[in-house]
Design a protein. Structure first.
Lengths: 395, 370
């Protein structure tokens, strides 16, 4: 997926400001100016970072939050779900939409509260935000510097690597290029590929797992058999074999390969969950009430699995990043600079690993990858609280 | 699983109607073989065959074959013309890339059934079996020892912090475990090399390559063994550091759930010593879920850790697999994949059996909800 890589641009800022007018207007209309301004800023920043991709979803989110403030403070009885179904037939489409949005806004606010409440999770979230900000807004301030600074070579030194200095805060790499600009430009592709890989694995796992659990019988046996088969294959070596098929610079293929090899653990968990949820009283009650398969899946079964799936998604992203950087580290996938993994690979390949002054060049990507993985681990703790319906209702 | 417990419990449940007959151990073994073990082993063999077939065709889809890579090497390194290089390379290998793949496959399977893994393609005259038996002990020693250390360390620490939860010790270890379990092993390795090797110069990294000091003649004597230990120290340390965190966290959560059980309260009420409660009541029960994971890890030990072994040029199976993949040595690759898969399959079977044997509740549960 090419469109996912994003850099902050001026057009994005304009898009963001235009998007921000919606929550701002809503805030003024409902006399919730402060919330409106907050929504405006959120829209502006996300539009700035990701153009339409960030701006449009943010409109919905911020608008709903503004609405939820307005509705709750008016002591509106309709924000609870039970009341919602009672009055559905008496109100216009627009009112129904407003209530839905207010409901969504309430959910968003509880999620944010849950996120902030768990300290470790919040630290992880801040870490992820930090990476996001550096990788999307960094290019605004730092130009990509691919040229070799031969003139910076220390007198008498054989290698071009240089330790951090005032001009180059992270030093120069083995070719005498600026490390900082490589760091800023080299992370996004890696992170997005990992996220894609995790997403593909999770989607396959959830789809196959729920089909397997719901249908059962021969289909279940067949799918579980395939999952068990893949589980016994040593994944990383096979990934090495398959990675040889990847063409230059097609990271999406790499993500697909990873996804195809790494869905079984989550699939088995999802299947087990579906099997056990199918027998629960409230699902049986919903079946008895003839609420429809769609209602049962989205309202009764899915909310109970979301937190588990989300946490697993994060873990899959971690493993994906591990595998992808590992492949690059071994020099087994086509390399495209700038990239954190390639920085480590070339550092090792060129033998600068053993030079004390090359610490800046090697430690930067190493620490970045370690910190990113750490943020993911910490963040996954909050995710559990955000999505767990029981923990949420207790708030 | 379900079938196993249902069947293995059958004699007990039917014993009410007819008098219990004393069966000899052989008859019992025969029954188990017939009912569960036999089926599971058959299933395992089927899995191994499927994975072998899958990898057989998969690795032949890789671009380039051993002949091409060798020709390329000759052309670039020795400056031969393509014709010369082709002849030189073809004389080296007993491998014909133009042979139909189905024929290769049937030939391979036929040999495999006789226990013959074939000859290595790139190392002429060396059998795959000898390659594996040469490299496997190194991996088993290095990664196996590391697994034992990290498992025991994880269980002890996890039990301690689970029991004294909320203390500063708990916070410290939990924080350490979550940080360390989130960092990839090669990142830990690089950090150790960079910080302790390059910056602080505590050890010489250049000399820490390989499995043993090549200047010491092999033999069962002190310097040789010490040298093996010295060379294995860094890989072991890295493996332990990268895996101990997840063991600690798993053991902690398992301990916490075991602490809520009634029998712990009873044991405390009986006034048993803390040590006895900790070791005999909490620890033993909390360890059960970890046994399965341990068995599965044991299976994957055989494959070693490709990246770590490659980094330190450790003569283990993982590094050899990496070399075989980059040289497109089909037969060696297949052999190593086969060994890893078999190890995983059989350790899984063993895990199932061990849990059924260690934890009587597993059988009871199955009996209650068949």
């Amino acid at each position: 997926m090419i469109g996912l890589e994003t850099v902050a641009t001026a057009t994005g800022l304009i898009i963001g400001i235009i998007c921000g007018l919606v929550p701002l207007g809503a805030g003024i209309y409902y006399k919730k100016i402060r919330v409106g301004i907050g929504g405006f800023i959120a829209c502006m920043l996300s539009g700035f970072a990701c153009n339409f991709l960030g701006g449009l979803p943010m409109i919905a989110l911020t608008y709903s939050v503004v609405l939820s403030y307005a509705y709750v403070n008016r002591q509106d009885p309709f924000t609870s779900r039970m009341a919602l179904t009672e009055v559905t037939f008496e109100e216009s489409r627009w009112e129904q939409f407003q209530r839905r949005m207010a409901n969504l806004g309430n959910g968003t606010r509880t999620s944010i509260r849950a996120l902030v409440r768990n300290k470790a999770g919040f630290v992880g979230f801040l870490g992820l935000v930090f990476f996001f900000v550096v990788l999307t807004f960094g290019p605004l301030f730092i130009k990509y510097d691919g040229q070799t600074h031969t003139d910076r070579r220390a007198p008498g030194a054989l290698a071009l690597v240089a330790p951090p200095s005032a001009e180059f805060p992270l030093g120069l790499d083995w070719k005498g290029r600026d490390v900082l600009s490589h760091m800023v430009y080299g992370g996004q592709k890696l992170i997005i590929t990992s996220i894609e890989a995790g997403l593909i694995a999770t989607l396959i796992a959830v789809a196959i797992g729920s089909v397997s659990g719901l249908i059962g019988g021969t289909v279940d046996q067949l799918l579980s058999g395939i999952a068990n088969l893949i589980l016994t294959i040593p994944t990383f070596p096979l990934l090495i074999v398959l990675a040889a098929l990847v063409k230059f610079d097609s990271n999406f293929m790499l993500a697909v390969l990873f996804g195809v090899l790494n869905w079984p653990p989550l699939m088995r968990a999802v299947r087990a969950q579906v099997l056990s949820l199918r027998e629960r009283d409230y699902v049986q009650a919903a079946v008895a009430l003839d609420l429809g398969i769609w209602h049962i899946i989205t309202r009764e079964v899915f909310p109970n699995m979301v937190s588990y799936i989300a946490v697993n998604f994060i873990f899959t992203v971690r493993i994906a990043m591990y595998s992808i950087v590992g492949l690059v580290f071994l020099g087994l996938v086509p390399l495209a600079e700038p990239d954190w993994g390639v920085m480590i690979y070339t550092g090792r390949q060129q033998g600068v690993l053993f030079l004390p002054q090359a610490a800046g060049m090697l430690l930067s990507p190493i620490i970045a990858i370690a910190l990113f993985q750490l943020s993911l681990v910490l963040f996954s703790r909050s995710l559990e609280e955000i999505f767990n319906p029981r923990l949420r209702s207790g708030l | 699983m379900i079938a196993f417990y249902a069947v293995s419990n059958a004699p007990q449940t039917s014993s009410g109607s007819e008098p219990v007959q004393q069966r000899s151990i052989w008859v019992r073994l025969w029954r188990i073989r017939h009912n569960y073990l036999f089926r599971v082993v058959m299933q395992g063999l089927l899995t191994i065959w499927a994975v072998t077939t899958l990898t057989f065709f998969m690795i032949r889809q890789m671009p380039g074959n051993p002949l091409d890579t060798k020709i390329e090497e000759f052309v670039t390194r020795r400056g031969l013309t393509y014709e010369e290089a082709y002849r030189a390379a073809a004389s080296l290998f007993s491998f014909n890339p133009d042979e139909p793949i189905i024929l290769q496959y049937t030939e391979y399977l036929g040999k495999l059934i006789q226990g013959d893994l074939g000859l290595s393609i790139t190392k002429s005259g060396v059998s795959v079996t000898s390659i594996i038996s040469h490299y496997l002990p190194w991996t088993l020693f290095c990664i196996g020892l590391a697994l034992v250390i990290s498992f025991s360390l994880g269980v002890v620490l996890g039990l301690a912090i689970g029991y004294w939860r909320g203390s500063w010790f708990d916070n410290l270890i939990t924080g350490f475990a979550s940080i360390i379990s989130g960092v990839p092993d090669y990142i830990i390795a690089l950090l150790i090399i960079l910080v302790f090797g390059v910056q602080l110069q505590w050890f010489k990294i250049g000399q820490m390559r390989g499995g043993v000091d090549p200047t010491i003649p092999p033999g069962f004597n002190m310097p040789y063994i010490l040298s093996i230990l010295q060379y294995a120290l860094l890989p072991i340390m890295i493996y332990v550091l990268s895996s101990v965190g997840s063991w600690i966290l798993a053991m902690k959560s398992s301990t916490l759930s075991a602490l809520g059980e009634d029998y712990i309260v009873v044991a405390q009420a009986r006034g048993l010593s803390q040590r006895r409660i900790l070791a005999g009541y909490v620890g033993r029960n909390a360890m059960l879920p970890l046994i399965t994971r341990l068995a599965i890890s044991v299976g994957f030990v055989v494959g070693g850790s490709i990246i770590i072994e490659q980094m330190f040029q450790y003569p283990g199976l993982g590094n050899n697999l990496y070399v075989a993949i980059s040289e497109r040595d089909y037969t060696t690759m297949q052999g190593i994949f086969l060994v890893i898969t078999s190890a995983v399959v059989f350790s899984n079977i063993f895990a199932d059996l061990a849990i059924g044997w260690l934890d009587p509740r597993v059988q009871l549960d199955e009996e209650n909800n068949p």
